[in-house]
Design a protein around this ligand. Structure first.
Ligand code: 4IA
Length: 396
């Protein structure tokens, strides 16, 4: 029998503010549970989440990866050619985008990303309280990502509002959803304009998308849709990855001491943050036929909620999962998803995380909380609105 949980609302403010007790309840109730409130199945365990992501034929994305079923409801924006698509269309779109985000492309970005992180962190390592969201976690991706893609400087802050809206709209039409889309016309218009080839810096990654897409036979409008994927997925995810990293390191000074002693741990430490406090907490798939997931029967045409963040703390997968440990091997977490839809920009996200954490280790002796952070509530993203910190300077 599938455990039926009548009262759990993973999109309520209480759940979103502190999901971990509810995650444990969901994981322990069974490999797959039924959330009566939304009439959907869900899994909070690592193995079934990974298994569903590994089987895109049975667990498809083209009906949307939020709770809304595109076969029954009109999507709030034209579906992404990448995220909200299945093979073979997905495969074509993915090839274009993956080509632009290649390992060689990442090597070309490394120097600029490293220098920008170094300069920013050195400037903030003054020992006085400041808001590490506004002055670090928000500004760094907004600058380096937008520069790399070739988005003009004017209006870049629209990207933050746009992404928050995208991630809120994966959830149900609750207050977060409605507030996010209300009055967003100008932001949507700005983003749509920046996706056009004539508004992107020649040579930047956005322009490269257009070139590769044209070579693959995509229309200019569809190429612009692929740039839209960049702008939807590329900023707020790393903003909250970095914000969560700073908050983890401030709360676990012993772990920061390890990173400071060995800056070579920066990459592993960022990975551990993604396991421990995943910026993207949830995603849906839709079953294309009746299918068993970890022994639980699910009907065809049903939405299945996958708790990526909860999978990162599944004791069946991780030893001492609630311990933040920068020396553990956290790779294998599903914070970047898994399988054919696994984050196509993960190398760039990791580069940003490594650059900032390495810069901290070089310039900062201690990261100290300077007040209570204010949590940002979002139907999909886990992160902070404000994060008061002190970065106590120390020799490299
Ligand atoms: C898109 C999962 C998240 C990072 C994401 C959001 C939007 C898109 C892709 C990925 O618009 O294609």
């Amino acid at each position: 029998m599938t455990a039926v949980l009548p009262d759990v609302d993973p999109f309520s403010p209480e759940f979103l503010a502190d999901p971990y007790p509810a995650h444990e309840l969901l994981r322990e109730a069974g490999p797959v549970v039924h959330l009566e409130r939304y009439g959907i199945h869900a899994s909070a365990r690592h193995a079934p989440v990974r298994a569903a992501l590994h089987d895109p034929e049975a667990f498809c994305s083209s009906a949307g990866v939020g709770i809304s079923d595109f076969r029954k409801e009109q999507p709030w924006r034209p579906p992404s050619l990448l995220l909200e698509a299945d093979p073979p269309e997905h495969t074509r779109a993915r090839r274009v985008v993956a080509g632009v985000l290649s390992a060689a492309a990442m090597r070309r970005l490394t120097e600029a990303f490293t220098a920008a992180a170094d300069e920013l962190v050195a400037r903030l390592a003054h020992g006085a309280p400041f808001d590490a969201m506004a002055e670090l976690a928000l500004v760094y991706p907004l600058r380096v990502f937008s520069d790399a893609v070739g988005v003009p400087e004017d209006g870049r802050e629209h990207l933050l509002q746009y992404a928050r809206m995208v991630f809120n709209t994966f959830g149900p039409r609750n207050e977060l959803f409605e507030n996010a889309v209300a009055g967003a016309g100008p932001t949507r218009e700005w983003v749509d304009q920046q996706c056009r080839e004539e508004n992107l810096r020649p040579g930047g990654m956005g322009a490269q998308i257009h070139a590769r897409a044209a070579a693959e036979g995509f229309s200019p409008d569809d190429a612009a849709m692929l740039v839209r994927s960049f702008l939807s997925a590329g900023v707020d995810t790393t903003v909250h990855g970095l914000g969560n990293a700073l908050w983890c390191l401030a709360r676990h000074p012993d772990q920061y001491t390890l990173l400071r002693a060995d800056p070579g741990l920066a990459r592993a430490a960022f990975e551990e943050v993604l396991r421990y406090e995943a910026p993207v907490q949830t995603f849906f798939r839709t079953t294309t036929r009746p299918v068993a997931l970890d022994g639980v029967e699910i009907g065809g045409g049903e939405k299945v909620l996958l708790f990526l963040g909860a999978a990162g703390r599944d004791p069946r997968q991780w030893s001492d999962p609630d311990a933040f440990d920068v020396t553990r091997r956290a790779t294998g977490h599903v914070g970047f998803g898994f399988g054919i839809h696994a984050c196509v920009g993960m190398a760039m996200a990791r580069l940003e995380g490594e650059a900032v954490l390495t810069a901290l280790a070089r310039h900062v002796a201690r990261i100290e909380p300077a007040g209570e952070p204010r949590r940002m509530l979002n139907n999909t993203l886990r992160g902070l609105e404000t994060l008061p910190l002190r970065l106590v300077p120390g020799p490299a």
